[in-house]
Design a protein around this ligand. Structure first.
Ligand code: SF4
Ligand code: SF4
Length: 455
């Protein structure tokens, strides 16, 4: 059989040209290693929610990208294209069809990667393929909008600087009233702090209570901390869109701000993709040698308790809770024991969901899926797997250390009428905080001294 020469669209040409730049050892290994054993098939929530439809199988979806590699970069595909199922893209419609697979039928959760005996990491080259399409402007509209906001406004929800600063001021006032202490503050751009605290713009826009709760914990712990006035967004849409340039630029803004403030440690609030991007991936995207420590706020809170800097009373959180592992935190960053340890310290009734930790199912809002409204019906259909998992726990509240998962879970809980609430560890820790009023603490110390004297 002879390979027929067909004219390609400009975008198809560019995608194939750029494929070369994106290939590295890890990517090529995953593109070559699949033996089509099918062991990853049932790992995918899309497969489980669409029984009998083989087009959702990870290996099938991966082959839609692999065929390009085989045809253009692998000698077997150049000589025997029919034998190794090599193929190409020619038209913009071909690219759009690919878009609906790589954005619409995969959340890049990496559950199939974990279940592959050959070490194929489909999610990694799915992200690479997203980046190729994004580079020629083929992507879901939501991805284009959010990426533009993060490039131009500096955060992925288009929050203006004045709105951000006003929200921090408002939260500081709320805390002053709650703690009856006019000295409580959310310090902005304070130099030489031990902790610079970065957040997800969702917290400013939809969930400012998480900022107040974190501030309360820092205040009670006596932390020398600050929040940056700019470059404060620790999320990174580059992870979802596959655009390494965006990913690098976004993270550099935050890294450079911490350096400008001479901060000793960057603490990242509860956000799976933000944590993975900022701490693990973005130093490579941005080619930046990060000179300070980075920590998830989950670890910070746990440390404060262990060091005796804050005291908590778990009887303040008695409703049954379960924990949802964010794919990015757990599967990609190994952060699954610390949140459980913390949860068990601040709650009385913790119920595990199965499977969990690295084997947990995606909230189905991962990989930027919440921004891609055209795929919402498919997302919610695939969320049945997560809904069943949640229901089986019998818990009233699902706790997660990821803002993206909060949205994904909230949406599926509403859709499947589960009647559960979604919250984060910061809220539970803040609720369990034992706050000793200065006068009361001093009185208690005096009492101890007096008792000591009597003995
Ligand atoms: S488990 Fe690995 S080798 Fe088997 S089909 Fe899936 S990706 Fe291919
Ligand atoms: S990365 Fe997740 S969503 Fe994508 S194919 Fe694998 S298991 Fe399915």
């Amino acid at each position: 059989m002879r390979w027929k020469r067909r004219k390609r669209s400009h975008k198809a040409e560019k995608v194939l040209e750029r494929l070369d730049e994106k290939l590295n050892r890890q990517m090529v290994g995953s593109l070559l290693a699949c033996v089509h054993c099918g062991m990853c098939t049932d790992a995918c929530h899309y497969v489980l929610a669409n029984p009998g439809d083989t087009t959702y199988a990870p290996a099938y979806k991966a082959d839609r990208i692999r065929r390009l590699f085989k045809r253009h970069k692998d000698w077997t595909g150049r000589i025997f294209p029919w034998w190794v199922k090599a193929g190409s893209v020619f038209t913009d419609e071909d690219l759009e069809e690919l878009r609906d697979i790589i954005f619409g039928k995969c959340t890049n959760c990496r559950r199939c990667s974990l279940n592959c005996p050959m070490g194929v990491d489909y999610a990694t080259f799915n992200r690479m393929a997203r980046g190729l399409l994004v580079s020629v402007g083929i992507m879901p509209e939501g991805v284009a909008v959010v990426s533009k906001d993060q490039w131009e406004i500096g955060n992925q929800m288009g929050v203006l600087k004045e709105d951000y600063l006003e929200t921090l001021e408002w939260m500081a006032e709320e805390l002053q009233a709650e703690l009856e202490d006019p000295t409580v503050a959310i310090p902005i751009d304070k130099m030489d702090c031990d902790v610079v605290y970065s957040i997800n713009p969702r917290e400013v826009k939809y969930d400012p209570r998480t900022i107040a709760d974190a501030a309360k914990i820092f205040h009670i712990a006596g932390e020398n901390w600050t929040m940056p006035s700019e470059g404060w967004d620790m999320t990174n849409f580059g992870l979802f869109s596959g655009d390494d340039e965006l990913g690098g630029a976004v993270a550099r803004r935050l890294y450079e701000k911490v350096i400008e403030l001479r901060g000793k440690k960057l603490v990242i609030s509860e956000c799976g993709h933000g944590y993975r991007s900022t701490r693990c991936e973005a130093p490579n995207w941005g080619k930046f040698d990060v000179p300070f420590e980075m920590e998830s706020s989950v670890i910070t809170m746990l440390r404060y308790i262990k060091e005796g800097r804050i005291k908590v009373d778990k009887t303040r959180n008695t409703r049954p809770v379960t924990f949802h592992d964010s794919c990015n935190n757990a599967r990609s960053c190994g952060l699954f024991e610390e949140p459980r340890e913390l949860l068990n310290i601040v709650c009385t009734d913790v119920r595990e969901m199965y499977p969990n930790r690295a084997e947990n199912y995606c909230c189905t809002g991962g990989g930027g899926a919440m921004s891609m409204s055209e795929y919402t019906p498919l997302r919610l259909k695939s969320a049945k797997i997560k809904a069943d998992q949640l229901k089986d726990t019998g818990a009233e509240i699902v706790v997660t250390s990821c803002h993206n998962c909060v949205d994904g879970l909230t949406d599926l809980i509403r859709h499947y009428k589960l009647g559960m609430e979604v919250t984060q560890l910061v809220n539970l820790v803040a609720n369990a905080l034992v706050i000793e009023k200065a006068g009361v603490a001093a009185e208690q110390e005096d009492e101890v001294e007096v008792k000591g004297g009597e003995g």
